[in-house]
Design a protein around this ligand. Sequence first.
Ligand code: ADE
Length: 258
Amino acid sequence: MRIDIISIFPEYFAPLDVSLMGKARDRGTLDISLHQLREWAHDVHRTVDDTPYGGGPGMVMKPEPWGEAIDTVIASREGAPRLVVPTPSGRPFTQELAVELADEPWLVFACGRYEGIDARVMLEYGSRLRVDEVSIGDYVLAGGEAAVLVMVEAIGRLLPGVLGNARSVADDSFAPGAMRNLLEGPVFTKPPEWRGHEVPEILLSGHHGKIARWRRDEALRRTARNRPELVATLEEAGLDKRDREVLAEGDGGGGGAG
Ligand code: ADE
C-alpha cells in the first residue's frame, strides 16, 4: 500500500520508522512518503494560514498550498488515491473504516492545523477523488498529525503479512464477525504467581472448552462494565444462555456491579 502524508510537521511521523510499521516499510508492504506543505507556499514566510472569513478565533489553512500539494502528489503516480482529512468534525474512525481503507492501494492524508483547512479544498477534490473527513474521537487535538499516526497504525497492521499471527486480527474487539463489539478480556503469562496475585486456575487447566467459556465470560463482563452501550449492539443470535446469564449479573445487583 502506498501512503502519502502532507503536513507542516513531517518530522511528527518519526514513529512510523519503528516497530511493526517500520518493519512493514522496510519490507515494502507499506510505502509511506512524507511531504512538507510549506514547499507549496511561495511567499518569503511560506505562509499556509490566514484569518477566517466571517470572523472568529484562530486561523484557517489557505487553499492554494493544499491544492498544489495534493495535485503534485496525485500526479506522482497512476490511479486515483482516496483522500483522508483528519478533523474532529469528521465521520468516526472505526475498525470497519480501517478495514475498508486497508483494502485501498493508495491513501493520501492531509493534516490540518489551526481551525482546519479551507472547505473548498475538500469540495474541489470531492469531485475527483473519494474524500473522507475523519475523526478519531470526541476530543480536539492540536492538529491532524496524531490522528493520522493512529489511523496509519490501525490500517497498517491489517495489511497482509504485517502481523505475525493472522488470528490476532480476527480476534480484535471490533473485528467484523462473531466477536464484533465484544471487548477482549484480561490476559496473563508466566509466572503463575506474581506479588501474591495468581493466574486464574482455569487457564492452567489445559481444558480448552472451559478456557474458551471463561474467556467469553470475562469478555462479556468487561464489555458490560467498560462499554455498557455496546451490550445492546451484540448480535442476539450470537448470544447463548450462559452469555445472557453473565450479562444479567450486573443487573439488579444494587447498582454495585464490580
Ligand atoms: N484534529 C483535531 N482533533 C482531531 C480528532 N479528534 N480527530 C481527527 N483529527 C483531529
